[in-house]
Design a protein around this ligand. Structure first.
Ligand SMILES: Cc1cc2nc3c(=O)[nH]c(=O)nc-3n(C[C@H](O)[C@H](O)[C@H](O)COP(=O)(O)OP(=O)(O)OC[C@H]3O[C@@H](n4cnc5c(N)ncnc54)[C@H](O)[C@@H]3O)c2cc1C
Length: 297
């Protein structure tokens, strides 16, 4: 059992299936799923929680393999209360649960340029701040002013972007730290030009990525100076299958749950691709997709 304050206003669910909440639509259940009513509710919950219980944040699960044995401890999912975006000059204040499309659309409406790249990242502010998400030559590290988090022991802290130790698709936010808001800065721009750039990005992604499938985005980081998709393609892995999982024919750095895959199939396919690429090119690919939880015995 968990110790939760009586005053809790959010929703706490035991044995909550996570497959419906992630893009791959595969994987096990969270021991507990907590959907806080607001930041105070989250703080009170974490402050009362046994420090030994692991805590993990979940966004839209667009870069995640949840293993079949489920996730130990508490998974925190931010709902509507964390989805707001407001602007002040060329700076946007975004809730940790706001989507990339909501942020880029709000920036357009406010005449703020430079955040168009977020149009193509189908995750939340919390996810892309943690992952240093990026596309088309820009990444979150280029636009983040500061981030507000709730620490594992339930305190609210605001940290400047420089404290996040950003590198390619990586920050040093600790496990159990939940991003509840971020301020992103662009520059004044013309609304029609911003919309045109967002449309260009949307069309480019439609043409090159399997958007309407059960996937997890880019599987492997691009190992400088190579492109991961090219190494996977050259190793002959396009269309390769394990169980119900396959390497996308459209974009070879995307794995797809095409035939009722288990999370174990998806992860095993990723490892098989890594082995083929290592043999073919000598490059050891590094996972970009986060793999979490317990392997099912
Ligand atoms: C079709 C498709 C295209 C994609 N294209 C891109 C792309 O162009 N560029 C790119 O960078 N990524 C891309 N991705 C990957 C993905 O969208 C990003 O990594 C995104 O930032 C993940 O956000 P999320 O909210 O879904 O996070 P999740 O997948 O739910 O979680 C990812 C990680 O972030 C952590 N996390 C989530 N929310 C929070 C929070 N509130 N506080 C702290 N940590 C949190 C999780 O614990 C986990 O470690 C793509 C994915 C798909 C499916």
């Amino acid at each position: 059992m968990l110790t939760a304050p009586n005053s809790l206003r959010g929703k706490l669910t035991p044995s909550a299936p996570l497959a419906p909440l992630v893009w791959f639509k595969a994987g096990g259940a969270a021991d507990w799923l907590f959907e806080p009513a607001d930041a105070d509710d989250l703080c009170a919950f974490l402050a009362a929680l046994d420090p030994a219980v692991p805590v993990m944040a979940l966004g839209l699960g667009s870069n995640l393999i949840v293993r079949d044995g489920g996730v130990p401890g508490v998974v925190v999912r931010l709902g509507k209360a964390f989805g707001k975006v407001s602007s002040d000059g060329d700076t946007l204040t975004c809730g940790g649960g706001a989507s990339g499309i909501a942020v880029s659309s709000a920036a357009r409406d406010a005449g703020v340029a430079g955040l168009e790249f977020l149009r193509g990242i189908p995750g939340t502010v919390g996810g892309f701040v943690r992952m240093n998400g990026g596309a088309y030559g820009r990444e979150v590290a280029d636009v983040l002013v500061d981030v507000t988090i709730v620490t594992r022991d339930g305190r609210i802290e605001t940290r400047p972007a420089s404290a996040l130790g950003y590198s390619y698709r990586h920050s040093k936010l600790a496990d159990g730290e939940i991003v509840i808001a971020a301020r992103l800065k662009g520059q004044p721009g013309d609304k029609a030009a911003i919309q045109a750039e967002m449309d260009r990005i949307a069309a480019a992604r439609e043409a090159s990525q399997p958007l309407r499938t059960r996937t997890g985005g880019s599987t492997f980081k691009n190992p400088h100076p190579h492109k991961a998709w090219e190494l996977v393609h050259n190793a002959g892995c396009r269309g390769l299958r394990v169980g119900g999982a396959e390497v996308s024919e459209k974009h070879s750095n995307f794995l797809i749950n095409s035939h009722g895959a288990r999370a174990a199939d998806i992860e095993a396919l990723g490892e098989l691709v890594r082995a083929h690429v290592l043999r073919d090119s000598g490059v050891a690919l590094e996972w970009e997709i986060q793999r979490v939880g317990r392997v099912k015995p």
